[in-house]
Design a protein around this ligand. Structure first.
Ligand SMILES: Cc1ncc(COP(=O)(O)O)c(C=O)c1O
Length: 489
């Protein structure tokens, strides 16, 4: 091997640059940060007094940081500590709000490595090892989905980007002309069919593709907010009669608001019968394929043309890491056909030049932290985590059903549970009552709970993402709600 000799900088040209890149400074501050985060995690898991959310007023926080920027002195560790105290504590057992996972610590640690290496990933040369690792991770998940050897896909930055990536491929594959080059044909408006409960990124994808509001045809749902398969035929015929060409059917696995799964297997039958692309938005619940107990919820997922699964939801990974997997991996190359002579070959489509297939040009080394978890803990980590969280959702729903003063919005399938307080002696507006209860829960700061609308009614919504939250904690939540009501009266 040739040995190159680079100039050794004893004194870089600039003092600040020297300081900013000083390896010893990094070691010193890094060790302190790891110590800080270790204490933080221990506090999150064990503290009975730590609030889950800081009291936050947007203008006050803005004023605080505006003033901070003007201060002459700065201490990095104090900055980290202040940031911790002003942030939401996702690892706190009372964090049962949005679908944000407490990252497994080694996935966060590995992300620091990714950040330092900062390989760009657009093409193989820019991130060789991480590109190969990404393909291994995609293959690993693809097997769990039940896809065959011809499946392939890509990691991208979030479920919204993932849905768009998959649906762009659907559009290209299902149009009988080169829509990427020629643009939409206004004589033949395209649309996808999806339930009204789909995440907004699906209808947004249709709008981004230029299809407007008519570009997503809503299929009615049943009383559990699942797409009603018996309505598919008439919905399709109505759309066709109004001149719309439906090219894709999108299934929720699961819906964001209520966490129920669409009848994917029946939808796969329908899509096959009508030659529709079948996409599954499994951003939250696609991960159930990792379990034995809950994999039945995803029955039919292996028949989808494309599937999106977020690692940063039910797979213990920091945001954002999303898998977009195609049953026929060739479709992964149809999403984008953009020319970029300086970067992408126009004749070859090698698997290892990721930018051919993603929205991103420069991309983070997304697969590395997932790979580290798979190797360190094995599939059992994901199976245990998802099973625990889903079990907890079902146990909490059962508990709510047993309480005379609470009601469920729908029987849940997983770890998303919507419920509300409805005391018998209350004759006012239950929507207003539950909205004000939520505000008081946030002020109390032992729990972070969100709210949603189901059939026009306001419900409290919890997503049980934290493996440290127990049924006893959730029982405490119901007691806090009762106490709150007693004070409101
Ligand atoms: C079902 C579903 N799809 C897509 C998304 C969007 O994912 P992201 O926030 O990663 O863009 C979400 C987010 O909550 C979701 O629940």
């Amino acid at each position: 091997m040739k040995i190159f000799t680079f100039t050794v900088y004893t004194k870089p040209m600039n003092k600040m640059l020297q300081q900013a890149f000083d390896p010893e400074e990094f070691r010193k501050e890094g060790h302190k940060l790891v110590d800080l985060l270790t204490t933080y995690l221990t506090d999150c898991f064990s503290s009975q007094t730590m609030p889950v959310l800081p009291p936050s007023v947007p203008d006050e926080l803005f004023a605080f940081w505006t003033a901070d920027l003007k201060k002459p002195d700065f201490n990095l560790q104090e900055f980290y500590t202040t940031l911790l105290s002003q942030s939401n504590h996702i690892h706190h057992p009372g964090y049962i709000g949005h679908q944000v996972v407490p990252p497994a610590p080694i996935s966060a640690l590995t992300e620091m490595l990714e950040a330092m290496l900062n390989n760009g990933m657009a093409i193989f040369e820019m991130g060789p090892a991480a590109t190969a690792i990404e393909k291994v991770v995609i293959g690993w998940l693809s097997k769990h989905i039940g896809f065959g050897a011809e499946a392939d896909g890509i990691l991208t930055s979030g479920g919204s980007a993932g849905n768009l990536t998959a649906l762009l491929a659907a559009r290209q594959a299902m149009s009988n002309f080169n829509i990427w080059e020629e643009g939409n044909d206004s004589n033949q408006p395209f649309a996808l069919m999806v339930s009204a409960e789909a995440h907004y990124s699906v209808s947004r994808a249709a709008r981004i593709m230029g299809w407007g509001e008519k570009g997503f045809v809503k299929v009615p749902v049943n009383d559990r907010m699942q797409l009603d398969a018996s309505k598919l035929e008439e919905t399709l015929i109505d759309a066709q009669n109004s001149g719309i060409k439906v090219i894709a059917l999108v299934g929720n696995a699961c819906s964001t608001s209520t966490g129920t799964y669409d009848p994917l297997d029946q939808m796969a039958d329908f899509a096959a019968r009508h030659n529709l692309w079948f996409h599954i938005d499994g951003a939250h619940g696609g991960a159930a394929v990792m379990t034995e107990k809950y994999t039945h919820l995803t029955k039919g997922i292996d028949r989808a043309d494309s599937v999106v699964i977020d690692f940063h939801k039910m797979m213990l990974t920091p945001a954002l890491t999303t898998a977009v997997i195609f049953r026929n991996g060739n479709h992964s190359f149809e999403t984008f056909a953009q020319k970029a002579e300086y970067l992408l070959s126009q004749t070859q489509k090698p698997w290892y030049d990721g930018a051919i297939r993603t929205l991103e040009c420069t991309k983070k080394m997304l697969g590395v932290k997932v790979y580290a978890m798979i190797r360190q803990y094995g599939d059992d980590l994901f199976r245990e985590y998802i099973t625990y969280a889903y079990d907890l959702g079902l146990s909490f729903a059962k508990f709510i059903e047993e309480q005379p003063d609470f009601e469920l919005a729908v029987k849940p399938d997983c770890n998303i549970v919507c419920f509300r307080y409805c005391p018998k002696d209350f004759s006012g507006d239950l929507n207003t009552l539950n909205a004000s209860i939520r505000i008081n829960i946030l002020k109390d700061a032992r729990f972070y709970v969100v709210q949603t609308q189901v059939n026009g009614k306001t419900f409290l919504r919890v997503t049980l993402m934290n493996p440290f939250t127990t049924l006893a904690d959730l029982t405490l939540l119901t007691e806090a709600i009762r106490d709150d009501y007693a004070q409101i009266l």
